[in-house]
Design a protein. Sequence first.
Length: 350
Amino acid sequence: IESRHRLRGGWQMAPYACQRRTPLLHSNQPLTEALETLAEEAGFSGSEGRSLAFTRAASVLKALPGRLSTLEELGPLPGIGEHSRRVIQDVLEDGVCAEVERVKLSERYQTMKLFTKIFGVGVRTASRWYQEGLRTLVDLQERGTKLTRQQQAGLRHYDDLNTPVERGEAESISRAVQGAVQRCLPGTSVTLAGGFRRGKPHGHDVDLLLTHPEAGREAGLLSRVVSWLDSQDLILYQHSQENSYALQEGPEPPGGRDVMDRFERCFSIFRLEVQGGPGAARGWKAVRVDLVVAPISQFPFALLGWTGSRHFERELRRFASHERKMVLNSHALYDSRRVWQLWAYVGTWG
Ligand code: DGT
Ligand code: MG
């Protein structure tokens, strides 16, 4: 795994994204944008494998040390399939790729993008609405589409929630939560995770991890914090999910469900006071905030898992599983062979 693929231009490339330096600003933006559009489109069609292939190709290009000028410079680099190569070639030769332009103009892609940007709407719901002939946000209201409470809030605050959150805004929300936890349980730490922890200047939401240095003290904390924030008129919407460690029945199979975790979590929309920007006229702006509570023993894994990016996390877990025969998730890192042996033993014994 230390072996790196040598590229024609003398460049080298490690096989897993988590082994590569991937700067925020890179030299191949038009190429990665084209590939990521196709990845998104494949995701909208339910083709997860195809989506991942385009995401992988984009990830390789983000790690190149310079601007790619010919396809030949890539050589036979694994991780970039035939289809992605064609897209890269088109963009290098013509500045655009006709397939990507077609996708961007297609009614289905545009509608799926519009609907999946509603908080609480995933690909399946958006796709069903599209098949029912719905095309706009007004359609949803006029045709009396049944919406969950979460989706209603998402629709109500659609413009705000699709306006990037600035770092200063994320820090201000983090301070407000810090104030709330100090009232409810002094000593609790609040850590800004997600894209902001990776240095992004803006993001789509604010991901905050809460933990307390004494194991067990965090129990019941989230509902108290949320109630207090609510009493201060800082929350426009919230729903919480209890932790589900108790439901865990044995180890998860390597490569199995690893995206969602089992922490206690609050999905919320904050009411953030602002002076400038889109919400300036009314003095506030709606911002999506996730509050996640991790017991101190699992905190390092939670922090790693919630820092992202999604692709980096996926690759880190793939690396752990394929190269180290270990299982990594947001709760722990363990040797899968030993745990399976243990479970086999308990199985025969019980
Ligand atoms: P953003 O918010 O668009 O600027 O970008 P990120 O990178 O902050 O993405 P976001 O907020 O969707 O997620 C932050 C990280 O947390 C991401 O790497 C994936 C992880 N994450 C998000 N939701 C879950 C979840 O339900 N469970 C686990 N384990 N991780 C999650
Ligand atoms: Mg985020």
